[in-house]
Design a protein around this ligand. Sequence first.
Ligand SMILES: [Mg+2]
Ligand SMILES: [Zn+2]
Length: 186
Amino acid sequence: MKAVPVIFLDRDGVINRPARPHEYITRREDFVILPGVYGALRMLRESGFRIFIVTNQRCIARGIASREEIDALHGWMTEDFAANGCFVDGVFVCPHGDDDNCSCRKPKPGLLCQVQRDIETAEGLTVDKTHSWMIGDSLSDEKAGISYGVNTVLIGGEISPHNDGRIHITARDMLDSARKITEGRY
Ligand SMILES: [Mg+2]
Ligand SMILES: [Zn+2]
C-alpha cells in the first residue's frame, strides 16, 4: 500500500483559542482561529501533507454539547478554512469521558488509528509514519503521537527525549510548527 505523509492536528490551543479551564468551545461565537493558522495549513498542504484534526471533546460525554452541535461547529470551521484557501481532509472526535475507558481519547492513539483506517478504506493509501507529525499543545497530544509512532511538535511546552527513532520538537504556535516541519529545521 502506498504511504502518504499526514499531519495530525489537535484543535483547542492549536487551531483556535483554548477555553478557560473546565470550559469548552462548543459555539462558533467562541471559536477564535489563532493567528498564522491559515498560512500554516496552506504551507503544509502545499508540501504534500494530508491534514486531519484529532480532538478530545469530553463536553459531549458530559452533556454540555451534543454530537450534532460539535459536528456543526466543525462544518462551519471547514467552510471558514475553505474561504481562506485551506483544506482539511477530516475531523475526528473522541466524544468520551475518562470513565468511558474508550480507545480514542488522547493520550491513547485511537483517533490517529481511525484516520489511518479511513484513508486505507477510502483511498487504498496508508500513513507514512516516518514523515508524519502530531502537532498539539498538551502532553496528551505528544503521548498519542509517540504511541502511534509519528514525529511530534509540542506547542509552548517542554519535551523530554525519546528513543523511538522519531523527531520531537517544540514550537511557538502552528505557523512556527509548519515552518519547522516544511523547512526541516529541528
Ligand atoms: Mg489542545
Ligand atoms: Zn473516545
